[in-house]
Design a protein around this ligand. Structure first.
Ligand code: ATR
Length: 295
């Protein structure tokens, strides 16, 4: 989605994937900094580790305790930190008749470069829920499955939207207890319960990884909670496009959506952080659908 978006905006940028062992994460970030990358995205298990490895944290990263996006910034003569794109590109003639980039305002190479950490996941959750399911989160009753990295961020972000009640279910209950404890501390007005609800809910969100592999069971124990008691179901998994949970939810008459919107919106926000330009959302969505679903 990023490469298609760069092309759509005429930017001579590339988005590349690197597999990095967690032991080498610090060295990888330092390497990207030395090579003057515009930025990085990080995924499991690096989001929590990177939190302690960047030089500055944006509010979004501080609030959610994880970094999924880094922007490299240089210090200008006046002492201000600016994205590296605002400094000079290496003075190398472009071949193939490519257009030379407009002269950047700062010019030259900064003496000092820092890694600035952001989190674009938390915002993407609520954007996708609103866009794809049209749910009103304020005052909603929500059952959240999963209390790993994604589950914790979703729980805190939903609490910050003033949902009325949050039910947390996780295979390892102690992790759900820990997240419930954090919510009680930070959002005392949200009623939080570990375990399945006894009443109807407006929304179920799956933040477990159950459903990623073919043949995976549904993360919802229907003996404990019937899908007929839920209005909408969101599965953060986008591949396969329809998990066992979503299939059962559709059959039970729930409104459903998979995690493609979340993937899109966390990427779109990262794109804007790096480039300083509005993300071409439609182009990015089409690129995602094409590459993941092949149509
Ligand atoms: P992520 O960053 O994607 O959330 P994670 O932190 O590893 O990744 O979390 C994975 C989530 O899926 C956890 O809630 C995990 O439950 P545990 O905390 O008990 O490990 C859940 N999960 C993974 N495999 C599962 C399975 N087979 N059954 C039920 N839950 C599972």
């Amino acid at each position: 989605m990023h490469n298609t978006a760069f092309a759509a905006l005429g930017l001579n940028w590339r988005y590349l994937a690197f597999e990095v062992h967690p032991d080498n994460l610090r060295a990888a970030i330092a390497g990207a900094k030395a090579m003057q990358f515009a930025g990085l995205n990080l995924t499991v298990p690096h989001k929590l580790l990177a939190f302690g490895m960047v030089d500055a944290l944006d509010e979004s990263a501080k609030t959610w305790g994880a970094v999924n996006t880094i922007r490299f910034e240089g210090r200008n003569a006046g002492g201000a930190w600016l994205p590296l794109r605002q400094f000079g590109v290496p003075s190398r003639r472009l071949r193939d008749g490519q257009t030379q980039l407009a002269k950047p305002p700062e010019g030259g190479t900064p003496n000092e470069i820092r890694a600035h950490g952001f989190n674009t996941d938390a915002e993407a959750i609520v954007t996708a829920l609103r866009e794809d399911l049209k749910v009103e989160l304020h005052g909603a009753k929500v059952l959240l499955l999963g209390a790993g990295g994604a589950g914790r961020t979703a729980a805190l972000r939903l609490a910050s939207e003033n949902v009325a009640e949050l039910f947390l279910v996780n295979r390892t209950q102690s992790k759900a207890d820990a997240v419930a404890g954090e919510i009680k501390k930070q959002f005392p007005f949200v009623s939080v319960t570990v375990g399945y609800p006894k009443t109807e809910v407006d929304l179920i969100v799956n933040a477990t990884s159950l459903g990623l592999k073919p043949g995976d069971a549904s993360p919802l124990d229907e003996k404990q909670f019937s899908l007929r008691q839920a209005r909408a179901v969101y599965d953060m998994i986008y591949n396969p496009p329809e998990t066992a949970l979503l299939k059962a939810a559709k059959a039970a008459g729930c409104k459903t959506a998979n995690g493609l919107g979340m993937l899109l919106h966390q990427g779109a926000r990262a794109f804007e952080i790096w480039t300083g330009k509005p993300a071409p959302l439609d182009v990015m969505r089409r690129a995602l659908e094409q590459s993941i679903y092949g149509h």
